[in-house]
Design a protein around this ligand. Structure first.
Ligand code: SAH
Length: 361
């Protein structure tokens, strides 16, 4: 298998060139073709000698994504993309406009093995990790398609980013490299369901990204019902890892809390949550859950959402409610991907590498 040249960080690409017996400056040229000019082939790299271009195409490949489907929200211009990968797998990404700039939400894996009960991304299990280039290309393709600047990136699409840690870190280094996209690390947000050892490993990378913990419940028993990972790591262990992360990086971790009607949205839940986070100087983002067809969860009524928020505020917790974008398109994680992948199961249309429902979960 040829090596994926777009997944190398700048330093790694320099090493690759040296190992081919080439000068280091070739890395600068190739890096610019790949990350500034969005080159799709080595033939385009006209400032490289033909012999080097040939050698590169023998040993390396530039993975590409294809737009399979785009859904555009008539309400707010949110665009949801289904991309086809080279092996036939499908992933999804979302483009959103905010007052602070345009944001792209990317996937980090094909499917997910975390099994959160309210999430559509995990219903078919994990197929494979995404390469750094595949994470990056989601942004590049959207930039090209919209013709607009992207200033913020959130890793909150399909997948558990810390379950693909090495590729995630390479992706962040590429995305924030001023020689490439140059998106500031503070504008990159990574969301995790709470893989404690990986949070510690990520802290060692000393990145300035924003890390968010998906909490969703203030007590372990309830959290275990919603998120299987809670059977492995307690809330206390997660919060301690967040504290260590802050000590190492100077970056506070914030919390996400999906509100599910009559499951985790009572006044008592808010009180227990507030007690848990007391004195932490943290931020809680409330997300009224997006119901998925396969589960019976319902979104909390607006009144309950605002009561929950007020209750946290009484306790001095800094809290916001996630603005809902793209409500008229399939906006819950993983829903569009499943729709496109399902279409593939129709034998009239062949899709290599498609999985049947239910394996690997
Ligand atoms: N695996 C990571 C990131 C992907 S999900 C994580 O767990 O954080 C991004 C966020 O969306 C997480 O907080 C996740 O719990 C939440 N989410 C998943 N499905 C949802 C749904 N149906 N409605 C609302 N939020 C959902």
């Amino acid at each position: 298998m040829k090596k994926d040249i777009k997944s190398f960080t700048y330093e790694q690409l320099e090493q690759e060139m040296l190992s081919l017996g080439e000068k280091k400056f070739r890395a600068a040229q190739i890096f610019s073709w790949l990350h500034e000019k969005d080159a799709m082939s080595f033939a385009e790299m006209t400032n490289l000698p033909v012999s080097l271009r040939e050698r590169l195409s023998e040993e390396y490949r530039i993975p590409s994504l294809e737009i399979e489907q785009v859904q555009v929200s008539q309400e707010d211009g949110t665009r949801k993309y289904a991309f086809r990968l080279e092996d036939g797998e499908v992933i999804e990404s979302v483009f959103m406009r905010y007052h602070h700039g345009n944001s792209v939400c990317i996937s980090s894996q094909v499917g997910c093995r975390m099994g959160c009960t309210f999430c559509a991304s995990t219903l078919d299990g994990l197929a494979r990790n995404l390469a750094p280039s595949e994470m990056l290309s989601q942004i590049h393709m959207i930039r090209k398609d919209t013709g607009e600047r992207v200033s913020h990136v959130v890793v909150m699409g399909t997948g558990e980013p810390l379950d693909n840690l090495e590729n995630l870190v390479a992706f962040i280094r590429l995305l924030s490299d001023p020689k490439a996209d140059g998106i500031g690390q503070r504008n990159i947000t990574v969301s995790t369901c709470g893989l404690v050892p990986q949070i510690d490993r990520l802290a060692e990378e000393k990145l300035q990204i924003t890390l968010v913990l998906s909490l969703h419940a203030p007590e372990d028993e309830l959290r275990k019902n919603m998120m299987p990972i809670a059977r492995k790591y307690t809330i206390r262990e997660c919060l301690d890892a967040c504290e260590r992360y802050f000590q190492r990086t100077g970056r506070r971790i914030s919390f996400e809390y999906a509100l599910v009607e009559n499951v985790n949205d009572s006044t008592e839940h808010a009180d227990v949550l507030a007690a848990l986070l007391k004195g932490k100087n943290c931020h809680v983002n409330l997300i009224p859950v997006n119901p998925i067809r396969e589960r019976s969860y319902r979104r909390s009524q607006p009144q309950r959402v605002s009561n929950f928020k007020k209750r946290l505020e009484i306790h001095g917790i800094n809290v916001t409610i996630r603005r809902r974008l793209g409500a008229d398109i399939d906006s819950a994680c993983g829903q569009l991907r499943r729709k496109v992948a399902k279409k593939d199961e129709n034998p009239a249309k062949t899709g290599a590498g498609m999985r049947k429902e239910g394996d690997l979960t």
